[in-house]
Design a protein around this ligand. Sequence first.
Ligand code: NZQ
Ligand code: ZN
Length: 386
Amino acid sequence: MKNFVFYNPTRIIFGKGTIAKIDQQISPTARVLMCYGGGSIKGNTVYDQVITALKDRKVHEFGGIETNPDYDTLMEAIVLGRDKRVDFILAVGGGSVIDGAKLVAAGIPYEGDNLWDIVTGEARVRVGEALPLGTVLTLPATSSEMNNISVISRRATKEKFGWMSDAVYPAFSVLDPTVTYSLPEEQVRNGIVDTYIHVMEQYATVPVNALLQERQAEAILLTLQDISQKVLEMPPDYGARANLMWTASNGLNNFISCGVPGDWATHGIGHELTALYGLAHAESLAVVLPHLLWHQREKKAEKLAQYAQRVWGLTGGGDELIREALDRMCDFFRLVKMPTRLTDFQIDPQEAANQVRQRFDARGSLLGEHGDITPDQVAEILLMSQ
Ligand code: NZQ
Ligand code: ZN
């Protein structure tokens, strides 16, 4: 196992009817900037529950944060927050709203000239340099409610980058599974697949004798497979939604990554596909991961065989075993109605390969747990997605 520092300060408040508890988490004298998305919270009582819980605190609202939150929109929120001298950020929504709120929390007190430097990693945000942040999660998928990551898009330049800082761990997150009842089926599907792929990218690398983390990762994959059908049923089942919510939080909250290598190539490539073609985040991953794992199977052979045996109960060995496991994975994605090929979205793999290769070439990007997946190999992987 590699050396690691473990840190996760987020308090989780989980269960039915828990939004009222945010009252105990925020100072009564706080000046709150409440950030939300395109309005789903107004159609499902979440907005009313939050406003009631905030009581007579001074609250300013910033709605309209889009899916794949846009840098220019977030700049408007930062201007409002500075103008109103807010001192607490409350994000109410899915990963996009929470990620956007993290940039707002870091951006309001930021003294540098160019806020984009935070997103590109050129400027570091140290612990204590962001405003405190709390979240009310409405979409189980990203784990943003329990991590230090924020992914920001810039439509003006068709860019999408993730940045990280321990300063933006939420102080608390409210997870009430009943708020997921209003999710459209495709968002539930996105949540299942995004979580599955987060785990695969922290698992399908090379063994480093991290026995507990491997079992934890396998437990998350198996749980997703177990609940996937029930969680898509209507009317929604509380138990299935509760399990999905907690499982998604555990996919990327820094527990299973302790001391193990990560391969974030699929996310890196997927972010480009979203920026270029507008695919939803989980869609952009599902058209890459199965092909990337097959392309990289020699380097990942041991962990892929372990995946085949422990997650799918398969026997045998070599390429045949790996192929069968990846076929099972694709079957699972299709079972939850998630396509696994660029052509399923009418995207030409050759064109996508050229575009993404050019971008990685220009940035000198090398991906994968060994940092050896070249732009040419990324193009080969995308060409397989047909
Ligand atoms: O905007 P509203 O009206 O709220 O509608 C949203 C949005 O249209 C809707 N929604 C959310 N909760 C709902 C609901 N509709 C009905 N009922 C509810 N309870 O769902 C749509 C999608 O929401 P969004 O927040 O965009 O989805 P998700 O949570 O999948 O977040 C995606 C973003 O997170 C980033 C992605 O790149 C993407 O930008 N990621 C963030 C990560 C992190 N911070 O750790 C890691 C991930 O790998 C990912 O990259
Ligand atoms: Zn993701």
